[in-house]
Design a protein around this ligand. Structure first.
Ligand code: Z15
Length: 786
């Protein structure tokens, strides 16, 4: 291993050891590890082809991968060897690993889910491709200035990226605009502009290196560098247009999570990904099988949300216009190949494009959408106004649903709500189409890699089998009454808390006592996730401590992390509030040993890997009915944090698995919340009934945390509208937090509950989720390399 690293340092990086920087060493280490991925990768691709296996294609606008090196070391089980090699070279492993920039090609849960799914697909030997966009700039970096979020561009490709392989032979032309002609009764789309999509492949290695699939990200290139005709005619700006379009297409990730941007460039990005992926899939299918009738038998395509929903019309277009099939056959084949995952019920997330924009950017697709819509109206007997095209808008949810074999929700509750609300009408027409696949997360990254202390304890107690069969964690049940085991569990958690306290939190200037409750809420900033509820509870608690400074308080460190979409004013206002509250109370001599608030900026996958293993308490406090699933909730549970949460998304299933007595429940249910919201004046009534809530709002309004004017809008919305029911749930939340305090005061009991949370978290492995998709949706089977 040492020799290989030195070899790459010299021959790949072109550096002698005496001149090498951390970056040089990190690349040499990465190439050394990459060399060990390539064998299994090539073998897997060959095996899938030789055996004529069905392949899964996961189309997603986001893949929130994070760092790759540490994960590859874990999955190839190189940790001891690598540790020795780096010691011999006098290098610090953590410094090397942390030199790698996060691949932040996603916003939040949806993108991270895609990354966990890619890892599980490989760990389960399921032949698959992930298709996405190779954004030059991933999610923006977040700083705080005067407590407020400031965004700066992220620039991960401003340095060599050692994990990708550029495939110059896998390039496809992607057209936009223009017009549709009819030649001999067949439609011919003459695009007005076009770009080239070029493949960049990254191997995704599965557990123990038995299999690797490809994450294929498309980068945009101009079809011609310069329009010479226009250049010579003197129009220099127009001459550079082809290049300008290509340069913008794969340039930046849209930073909105669960909200729709409605921008033309976004529609073009969605089509760029979808068309490149489908052309690639069809080329592979034709070379391997040729017989179009076998398409659904050999190809399963999963649409990650509606973002790639143009796949329906695009596949029909390819089958009709390139392969000459009639519409009915093309549509039937496309529908039997496509599936769609819905990730949200929030109306602001549902994609709609004006027929005008769609018709201008994708004129042929607009025609095909009308054909699909018309055909569906006739064959299903549904009223015209419930279609894909409603008024002058194309509804991408309806399009994705109508063109899918299976439509799935991402938690049991969410799936039932999908049936009852957004797709109620379509569900009645197609009662077998909607199925549930509750989300999961990969235990390799989120437990074995992120939490080596707990991993050691698990390996010594129940063996290592849990890594690929997370249900084996149930072996811990037998140790839940074993004091010596619980002491080791406590010590493992405490060591993670010390590391966090001495590292990230100390850098922030927060003094965090490792024996305090580490109470963590990390996720995108959104009103429905109710970070406001959390910070208002902190203010009320601060006030109560002041009233009785010698009371029996349980010390607490509240940790927040998360970015707000740059245009989401209210979410940014909550960030500002949390930072200003932290600035006031962290230095308060009366309370500072009992309550601290930390908000490290730029929360990302790598920060999650530090925070989650150090958490005692997981905040999953969304308004019931709004969080489709959540996946952070699962990561906390398997790392031994207890949850304070509502009956929302996958929290419901987490509570069922770990047991109601090991979960701090509060708040209205989804149906109660819907009823409450419909009651006029619900916010004001709830605030007037809650002394703690009133005090918290009063302290803000008095200007105790920065200028009162800063919070007028936030306060006004809370008093007069409060669409996410912060006020209605406040007292219940405050009481649940006091129950947390009491429970934490009995460490033996707390550790036992933490143990049971881990022991019962096996269900939340993404391996279980992927097996479910393979069985119920894709009808795909694992493949063994020869
Ligand atoms: C996103 O991160 C999610 C849903 C969306 O519609 C978009 Cl656009 C982004 C999240 C859900 O909010 C979360 O509850 C879920 O766990 C995650 O997708 C993965 O399914």
């Amino acid at each position: 291993m040492r020799d290989q690293i030195l070899h790459h340092l010299t021959h790949t990086q072109g550096r002698g050891p005496e001149f090498a920087t951390v970056f040089d060493w990190r690349l040499a280490v990465s190439f050394t590890v990459r060399d060990l991925m390539v064998g299994p990768w090539v073998d897997a691709i060959r095996a899938a082809r030789d055996q004529g296996a069905k392949r899964v294609y996961y189309l997603s606008m986001e893949f929130l991968i994070g760092r790759i090196l540490g994960d590859a070391i874990i999955n190839l089980e190189l940790k001891p060897q690598m540790g020795d090699a780096l010691t011999l070279l006098g290098l610090d492993e953590q410094v090397i690993l942390e030199d790698e920039p996060d691949a932040a090609l996603g916003n939040g849960g949806l993108g991270r889910l895609a990354a966990c799914f890619m890892e599980s697909l490989s760990s389960l030997n399921c032949p698959a491709f992930g298709y996405g966009i190779r954004y030059e700039h991933g999610l923006f970096r977040q700083r705080f200035e005067g407590g407020q979020q400031v965004e700066t561009p992220e620039d991960w490709l401003n340095q060599p990226h050692p994990w990708e392989f550029v495939r110059i032979n896998y390039s496809y032309e992607i057209g936009f605009k223009g017009h549709v002609e009819t030649v001999d009764g067949r439609a011919v789309w003459q695009p007005g502009e076009s770009v080239i999509a070029r493949a960049h492949d990254t191997p995704v290695i599965g557990w123990q290196g038995h299999w690797a699939n490809s994450l294929r990200l498309w980068g945009a290139l101009p079809t011609t560098l310069l329009d010479l005709k226009r250049f010579n005619a003197g129009d220099h700006t127009a001459a550079a247009e082809p290049e300008a379009l290509a340069r913008t297409l794969s340039r930046v990730l849209y930073p909105d999570d669960t909200t729709e941007s409605g921008k033309e460039l976004r529609l073009k990005q969605e089509y760029f990904l979808t068309s490149a992926a489908l052309q690639d899939i069809m080329a592979r299918f034709m070379s391997e099988h040729g017989d179009l009738d076998r398409l659904p038998e050999k190809v399963a395509i999963q649409l990650n949300d509606t973002h790639p929903a143009i796949a329906g019309p695009e596949l029909i277009r390819l089958l009709m216009d390139d392969h000459g099939l009639p519409f009915a056959r093309a549509q039937d084949l496309a529908r039997r190949t496509l599936n769609y995952t819905n990730h949200t019920l929030l109306p602001e997330a549902l994609e709609r494009w004006s027929t005008w924009l769609m018709g201008r950017v994708l004129p042929r697709h607009m025609q095909i959408i009308q054909m699909i819509d018309e055909d569906h109206r006739i064959t299903s007997g549904r009223p015209a106004q419930l279609g894909i095209v409603q008024g002058d808008q194309v509804h991408m949810g309806e399009l994705a649903f109508i063109m899918a074999s299976r439509v799935n929700g991402v938690s049991a509750l969410h799936t039932e709500l999908v049936k009852d609300t957004v797709f109620a009408d379509l569900h009645k027409l197609h009662p077998d189409r909607i199925v549930n696949q509750t989300n999961g997360v990969t235990p390799r990254r989120w437990l074995r890699m992120a939490n080596p202390g707990l991993t050691l304890l698990l390996d010594e107690t129940i063996g290592t089998g849990w890594t690929k069969d997370l249900d084996q964690l149930s072996g811990l049940e037998a140790h839940a009454g074993d004091g010596a085991f619980l002491d080791r569990l406590h010590a493992a958690k405490r060591a993670n808390k010390v590391a966090l306290s001495d590292g990230l939190l100390a850098d922030l200037g927060v003094r965090a006592d490792p024996d305090a409750i580490f109470d963590v809420q990390v996720k995108r900033m959104h009103e429905y996730k109710r970070q406001l509820l959390n910070v208002l509870e902190a203010i009320a608690l601060w006030h109560r401590i002041h009233e009785a400074p010698n009371g029996n308080w349980t010390p607490r460190v509240k940790i927040f992390g998360g970015k707000a979409a740059p245009g989401y004013w209210l979410a940014k206002s909550v960030i500002h509030l949390i930072n200003d509250v932290a600035a006031t109370i962290n230095t308060d001599p009366v309370t500072r040993d009992l309550l601290q608030i930390a908000y490290p900026p730029n929360y990302n996958v790598s920060m999650a890997e530090k925070l989650i293993p150090a958490a005692d308490l997981s905040e999953q406090i969304s308004t019931a009915g709004k969080e489709a699933s959540g996946t952070g909730n699962m990561k906390f549970t398997m790392n031994g944090a207890l949850t304070i949460g509502t009956l929302d998304g996958a929290n419901v299933e987490i509570r069922e698995h770990v047991g109601a007595e090991n979960f701090f429940l509060f708040g209205l249910t989804a149906s109660e919340a819907a009823a409450e919201k419909a009651r006029p004046g619900h916010a004001r009534a709830a605030i007037e009934a809650s002394e703690n809530m009133r005090i918290a709002l009063q302290l803000i309004a008095e200007g105790r945390f920065g200028r009162a004017e800063s919070w007028y809008s936030l306060l006004d919305r809370t008093w007069n509208d409060d669409p996410f029911l912060v006020a209605s749930d406040f007292d219940s939340y405050f009481a649940a937090q006091r129950a947390v305090d009491r429970a934490y005061g009995d460490p033996a009991e707390w550790d036992r509950m933490a143990c049971l949370n881990i022991a019962r978290s096996g269900f939340f492995s993404s391996d279980r989720t992927i097996r479910g998709y393979m069985r119920d949706i894709w009808h795909a089977r694992p493949v063994t390399p020869a």
